[in-house]
Design a protein around this ligand. Structure first.
Ligand SMILES: Cc1cc2nc3c(=O)[nH]c(=O)nc-3n(C[C@H](O)[C@H](O)[C@H](O)COP(=O)(O)OP(=O)(O)OC[C@H]3O[C@@H](n4cnc5c(N)ncnc54)[C@H](O)[C@@H]3O)c2cc1C
Length: 437
């Protein structure tokens, strides 16, 4: 029986672990923190996962939050000036719904179940030297340690990496006591774009206290929303989040005014430099290990891609391992397996992150304005996160943006669509220029 080691029991590692265990492989998961500590410890993310990726979890028997976690089935978005004034408002239904479950609950539940089903979980923080021993003892070692430092075993691929610094500074909180929006006909992802300041998005979520909301704040470094630097406690995190919500989105304040953290660890702050790493890590003993999940492709959360990508990559790896039969998992196989995933998905999610955090493009601006005036275009816009490849078309190519508008020409008759330059001229005197959204 082939022996596989997986280092890191997060979203990527556990999908791979269950997939291989169910195919009869001998799988050992090495995780730095015990399940109980993960369950009540600090949050590392507030990820929502789309239905196609949830299907992978369902297939592996890992989806037990259906019927408990709220189903996100729409998007409500506003474009605002930094002072909170609304420039545009858009809402639309999702063709593919999504679900956000606290990763602390997912990981700890899955670790316990994995052991019950015959897998081995070793509580150990793996370092470079233990990694060498693992590479000697196992047929394949996958490293899925997320943003942890062990990922540095894999060299950054400078050709594929589109960033050299964090495009945003982050804060995130998981809140209970948020009143849902009765005037929005969806259980909606609420996305606010602030001209020259950043974004925040609130997603329907599930945590220790049941259904709740996770809110992620994305600040352009040095801008007016870049206020998380001094946040070092739960009280400060809650106060900072509520102040940003009250000032940036005053219309939503009645919904947030009674909000509390679901527990004292339900907050984070930080900044992520998106990177693509080479998939093969060569160790001092000459052995090779393979990168998986955030270790392989790390993005800022703005695109809502990391956990979805982690599941896709792990699922692809399950199949590639099976197809390999009894042949060695050598460096060529590792590279080819990763490249197949990268060309199918990884390169698009990094490009999407670049577009979402970079200067506004003319086609994106056109669709954004049209979406505020046409339900048909709003529907395309609302689905931008679940079909990233498709969205990249109208975000970058004016012909694709024109086609989205032309398909809804009836609704857009008489609509006012400004060029970016015209919009800048109108908005700049009020305190902003449409350079980034
Ligand atoms: C605020 C925020 C919001 C996000 N929102 C979304 C979203 O809406 N949608 C989306 O798709 N993605 C989102 N993401 C990204 C997503 O959370 C990650 O991409 C995803 O969790 C990556 O999975 P992973 O398995 O690679 O790493 P992780 O889930 O981070 O798991 C890594 C595991 O490795 C363990 N570990 C670390 N070092 C070691 C070591 N040396 N030895 C042993 N174990 C170790 C850790 O304890 C952890 O359990 C968000 C991220 C953040 C920060």
């Amino acid at each position: 029986m082939r022996k596989i080691a997986i280092v890191g029991a997060g979203q990527a590692g556990m999908v791979l672990a269950f997939g291989l265990l169910q195919e009869g492989y001998e799988v050992t998961v090495f995780e730095g923190r015990p399940a109980d500590e993960i369950e009540r410890g600090p949050i590392l993310s507030t990820a929502m996962v789309f239905d196609r990726q949830l299907d992978v979890e369902r297939r592996l028997g890992l989806q037990e939050w259906e019927g408990k976690a709220p189903v996100c089935n729409g998007m409500h978005a506003t474009l605002r000036l930094p002072n909170g004034e609304i420039v545009l408002q858009i809402q639309g239904g999702l063709d593919e719904t999504c679900q956000g479950v606290d990763a602390r609950i997912k990981t700890s539940t899955w670790m316990r179940r994995f052991a019950e089903q015959g897998g081995t979980v070793v509580h150990q923080a793996v370092n470079r030297s233990t990694l060498e021993s693992l590479a000697e003892a196992f047929d394949l070692v996958a490293v899925s340690t997320g943003k942890g430092s062990l990922g540095e075993v894999f060299e950054i691929d400078r050709e594929r990496t589109l960033f050299d610094s964090p495009p945003r500074r982050l804060g995130a909180v998981i809140l209970k006591g948020v009143r849902e929006w009765e005037d929005i006909p969806y259980t909606a992802l609420k996305f606010q774009f602030f001209i020259q300041a950043g974004e925040f998005f609130a997603i329907p979520f599930y945590s220790h206290t049941g259904p709740c909301r996770a809110v992620c704040f994305e600040a352009i470094p040095g801008g007016p929303m870049d206020v998380w630097g001094g946040v070092d406690s739960a009280d400060k995190a809650l106060a900072t989040a509520l102040r940003l919500l009250r000032e940036g989105s005053p219309q939503d304040w009645p919904n947030y005014q009674n909000a509390q953290l679901v527990d004292e660890n339900a907050w984070l702050r930080g900044a992520i430099t998106p990177v693509v790493r080479k998939p093969v890590g060569r160790l001092r003993n000459g052995k090779a290990v393979m990168a998986l999940g955030d270790v392989a492709v790390l993005n800022d959360p703005i695109g809502g891609t990391g956990a979805n990508d982690a599941i896709r990559q792990a699922d692809r790896m399950i199949r590639a391992i099976q197809e390999r039969g009894g042949q060695p998992f050598d460096e060529t196989w590792m590279r080819e397996t990763f490249d197949a995933y990268y060309h199918e998905r990884g390169k698009y999610t990094m490009e999407f992150t670049r577009l979402m955090t970079g200067p506004m493009t003319e086609p994106f601006w056109k669709v954004l304005q049209a979406a505020a005036q046409s339900p048909g275009v709003a529907h395309t816009f609302a689905n931008m996160f679940n079909d990233i490849k498709e969205s990249l078309g109208w975000m970058t190519d004016m012909r694709a943006a024109d086609a989205v508008c032309a398909a809804n020409a009836n609704e857009l008759r008489g609509a006012r669509i400004l060029t970016l330059q015209e919009a800048m001229a109108r908005l700049a005197p009020q305190g902003g220029a449409v350079e980034a959204a």
